[in-house]
Write a protein that binds this ligand. Structure first.
Ligand code: GLY
Ligand code: MN
Ligand code: MN
Length: 447
């Protein structure tokens, strides 16, 4: 096995798990004080089958379940929490010759649960209490499980309170995201080498998988491996099998997972050092680090987004791409034409982690600013948060055509735009933890 397939060291994660478990138990207990349920059952879910097909999509346990259970994803598992009791964990492990069942859980964390292993759904039902009417069920309930007489399935008050609480990462969760960053960075270094070696997008993708040891279905999101003008498609998802005739640029947005927790990292590499595009990458890289250094608990993330728009506007002016005062570029939406996505989002068990639009645990939302319809985090920056900071500058035909036809188009050097279009765009994305001593960049420290 090549050295790159090493699993991350688990000892430190194991040491952090008990406090994480305790924190989750305290959160669930507090939640139940205000709600008419005696407990919460968290369901891992079942594989979902393709339409009129006996082939399922790759299975992944639901995030609420994974937050508790740090092992391979068992389908059809239930975790039952009641305040003051050791949680019951029922795992389905069919004993037949059709299924490859995830390994039986081992590790110190198992002692935090009353573990019961069953063969099938009937066994699962039998392992649960006779009456389920005082329980809230959380998770993607299939028809079998939905029919068992739960008090309520996915009550909105439970979902919003749990999603709100996921904004505040435990030390264990931060350590998992840190470990996921280390894995992803191995992939990023291998991908860069593959790009420099002349590989196609597909070849680079394979190098990334090899170096991270991740199968495609284990990635937190589909790799974005974009050569040249493909970088202008924000979620570019094709993988060309042939390398382009001329290599100009490489944008890679690719992550990794550790115990369910995601990394989400983007780098942009010019094919040649020097030149206008390489200078643009360097300028955005510096601006991104300045945005992170300026993060303070209590600042609104909406302001961080507007600071990113301003930083991009300053670069556009410095490079002579737009001649307009940077403030005016932000106010008129010109900078938004070059950075038409949010500056980032919360990160955790889901790559776009939940809770970023919640004002409060009861589900009340913060209104979406009209100017920034794609911003996923509207909350203040707070200690314990993990989020991305990912400014970009893109040369997107459809967006820039619109600008060109407007009166504001006169301030744009369209020759510069044409010169840079074949490079696609630049995005630099890191994962940041707001720790007790301020922002910590979990991605840069891994590179
Ligand atoms: N990889 C998706 C994103 O950066 O949001
Ligand atoms: Mn992201
Ligand atoms: Mn990303």
């Amino acid at each position: 096995m090549p050295a790159t397939h090493r699993a991350p060291a688990t000892a430190s994660l194991d040491a952090l798990y008990p406090a994480h478990h305790e924190a989750l138990a305290a959160r669930y207990t507090r939640l139940l004080e205000d709600l008419p349920f005696g407990g919460v059952a968290v369901y891992s879910g079942m594989p979902v089958y393709r339409f009129r097909d006996d082939q399922s999509w790759p299975f992944r346990a639901g995030a609420f379940y994974q937050q508790w259970v740090p092992c391979e994803d068992h389908a059809g598992a239930v975790l039952l929490f009641r305040p003051g009791q050791r949680p019951l964990l029922v795992l389905q492990m069919p004993r037949d010759y059709w299924h490859s069942v995830p390994a039986a859980p081992t590790g110190d964390w198992v002692r935090h649960f009353e573990l019961v292993v069953v063969d099938d759904a009937a066994g699962l039902r039998a392992a649960l209490p006779d009456g389920l009417g005082d329980l809230a069920l959380v998770g993607e309930a299939d028809a079998t499980v939905a029919d068992w007489g739960w008090g309520e399935i996915n009550p909105p008050a439970v979902l919003s309170a749990l999603e709100f609480s996921r904004l505040y990462k435990t030390d264990y969760e931060v350590a998992c995201i840190r470990a996921a960053n280390r894995i992803a960075v191995r992939g990023h270094m291998a991908a860069l080498a593959a790009f420099q070696g002349g590989e196609s997008e597909f070849g680079i993708h394979l190098a990334y998988l090899e170096a991270t040891g991740h199968a495609e279905a284990e990635l937190p999101y589909a790799n974005i491996i974009a050569l040249n003008e493909h970088g202008a498609t924000l979620h570019y998802g094709r993988l060309d099998r042939e390398p382009p005739a001329q290599r100009l640029s490489f944008l890679i947005d690719a992550g990794a997972r550790c115990r369910g927790y995601a990394a989400d990292i983007t780098r942009t590499w010019p094919a040649e050092p020097g030149g206008e595009f390489a200078a643009l990458v360097t300028a955005l890289d510096h601006a991104q680090q300045d945005l992170i250094a300026a993060l303070r608990a209590g600042h609104s993330y909406i302001d961080v987004h507007e600071d990113a728009q301003l930083a991009v506007a300053v670069i556009l002016e410095d490079f002579g791409i737009v001649s307009m005062a940077p403030d005016d570029m932000v106010a008129t939406g010109v900078s938004n034409a070059f950075l038409p996505h949010g500056v980032g989002h919360h990160l955790g068990l889901q790559v776009h982690d939940t809770g970023g639009k919640l004002a409060r645990p009861d589900g009340k939302c913060i209104p979406q600013p009209e100017a920034w319809p794609f911003l996923r985090n509207l909350r203040p920056v707070e200690e314990g948060n993990v989020f991305t900071i990912e400014p970009g500058i893109y040369f997107i035909d459809s967006v820039l055509e619109h600008l060109r036809e407007s009166p504001l188009g006169a301030s744009v050097d369209w020759d510069a735009v044409e010169r840079l279009k074949p490079y696609g765009g630049v995005r630099i994305e890191d994962n940041v933890w707001m720790g007790p001593d301020g922002p910590e960049n979990l991605s840069r420290e891994a590179f």
